[in-house]
Design a protein around this ligand. Structure first.
Ligand code: ATP
Ligand code: MG
Ligand code: MG
Ligand code: MG
Length: 439
């Protein structure tokens, strides 16, 4: 992409309405614009990051054997009356009446809708196990939308639902989700710690939240510091293996790690004092096993081997896709701006032309652009007629992992400058070497 043809409305001033750094930086970097309270337009740069995150989510869901689909944002109130949640959900649910006077709602989550699909089409244990998921916009009329996309009213969520014959099978689905979430977050450059949580309105009692530690997090968390040494890394897990998934769950949940909702002082006191940590965290996902709560209420049954009708065991598993954009920035920035982890960066590399209009510099930039593109990388070329200082400030603000600086002086010696955003280190090298280094 050439910056002269892009739409990157960066702000010079720090917006006063933004209380936390990720919100400030997303506004300054021209990633989002508020449409109304807690509702945002995703401008091109923000949209690109959102799509990268969504893509990682899809890839990891596929790896775990889960099946993608898409359900609508608007739902009929009738299904929610069947499950008993229409009234229980309260003011967070945006209720809408259509022209025929039918009660509709903007879905805050999809247990009812997916259970309705399941009961219409699946009747035998032979079709299980099954996990369906989608990535779709949700609406919750939060009392206090704030912190930009972190607590929006309209937000993008991946939500997946497992259907299993037995509790045992459903617990394997739970463990499988835990494993795949660990991988998902690490690919985004995040450490998200599974913590024992409270099941709230979803029902059931087997649940973990995934939290990214950050001072601006809304949850208070308590944990054994040993847990932060755990890395999932590049393990090759067989997602069908009950033993392998169980082993990962045990490894990542055996140390004390809880949110304030389930925190237990007596249990926490058993952690050696030097390892006891109290901090704040951002909830970026949650997994639940809730058994037959919805399948019984809504008649989602299958016949088992003995030809008996039995309600299926279910769970639901969510990732806050749009919240993650903010969470990643909270975890990765400096005083100059965002520092994107490679996995989610909107462009792989910036090209800064120090002397736009200089035939040699222009040609070198074009060549770099072509070479990077040929390697499957997406560069953002700042081809505007602006001062170097302004171009550098924009690149630092939008946080691409690499910057190649091209100027007539370097080119005389056959070199350009490659700068790493995180390290801040600059090295002179040939354009070819810079391309290889990035790729
Ligand atoms: P919170 O405790 O932050 O209100 P939640 O527990 O109500 O979140 P879940 O029902 O578990 O949310 O939804 C799954 C994920 O969706 C959450 O882990 C979070 O990452 C994301 N999410 C929930 N509410 C919002 C929101 N208002 N804005 C952005 N993301 C959200
Ligand atoms: Mg909530
Ligand atoms: Mg929560
Ligand atoms: Mg939650």
């Amino acid at each position: 992409m050439r910056l002269s043809r892009y739409f990157l409305p960066v702000l010079k001033e720090t917006p006063s309405e933004a209380q936390i750094v990720s919100h400030r930086l997303m506004l300054r970097a021209g990633m989002i614009k508020q449409a109304s309270a807690g509702i945002y337009s995703w401008l091109p740069l923000g949209f690109k990051v959102l799509r990268r995150i969504e893509q990682i989510v899809h890839e990891e869901q596929a790896r775990a054997g889960h099946v993608a689909m898409l359900m609508p944002t608007l739902q009929s109130a009738d299904l929610w009356r069947e499950s008993g949640r229409y009234d229980a959900f309260g003011a967070e649910m945006l209720r809408i009446t259509d022209r025929h006077g039918r009660d509709m709602l903007y879905g805050p989550t999809n247990e009812e809708l997916i259970t309705d699909i399941f009961r219409a089409h699946v009747g035998s244990y032979k079709d299980l196990p099954l996990t369906l998921y989608h990535v779709q916009w949700k609406f919750r009329d939060e009392v206090r939308p704030r912190f930009g996309v972190m607590r929006g009213r309209e937000f993008l969520m991946k939500d997946g639902y497992n259907f299993d014959l037995t509790m045992e099978d459903a617990l394997h689905a739970y463990n499988r989700h835990l494993v795949s979430y660990l991988r998902t977050y690490e690919r985004m450059g995040l450490q998200a710690i599974p913590m024992r949580a409270d099941s709230g309105a979803m029902g059931g009692d087997n649940t973990h939240e995934f939290l990214v530690l950050a001072e601006t997090g809304e949850s208070e968390v308590f944990y054994d510091s040993e847990i932060t040494d755990l890395k999932f890394g590049d393990r090759d897990i067989d997602y069908d293996s009950v033993e392998q998934c169980q082993a990962v769950l045990s490894e990542f949940t055996s140390r004390y790690a809880r949110t304030d909702e389930t925190h237990d002082e007596a249990e926490f006191a058993k952690v050696p004092e030097a390892r006891r940590r109290t901090a704040r965290g951002i909830e970026v996902g949650q997994i639940f096993y809730f058994g037959t709560k919805y399948s019984e209420a809504m008649g989602a049954t299958v016949v088992n081997e003995k030809q008996e009708q039995v309600p299926v065991h279910m769970g639901s598993h969510g990732i806050g896709v749009s919240r993650l954009v903010g969470a990643i920035i909270e975890a990765s920035h400096d005083e100059k701006g965002i520092i994107w982890p490679e996995g989610v960066t909107p462009f792989h590399c910036g090209i800064v032309n120090l002397k736009q209009g200089d035939a040699e510099a222009d040609a070198a930039c074009e060549q770099l652009y072509a070479a990077l593109t040929a390697r499957g990388l997406e560069p953002l070329y700042d081809d505007r007629n602006e001062r170097a200082g302004g171009k550098f400030a924009t690149m630092d603000l939008i946080g691409l992992p690499w910057r190649i600086t091209v100027g007539p002086r370097g080119l005389k010696n056959g070199v350009v400058e490659l700068t790493g955003r995180r390290s801040g280190e600059s090295i002179e090298m040939t354009p070819e070497a810079a391309v290889s280094r990035i790729a």
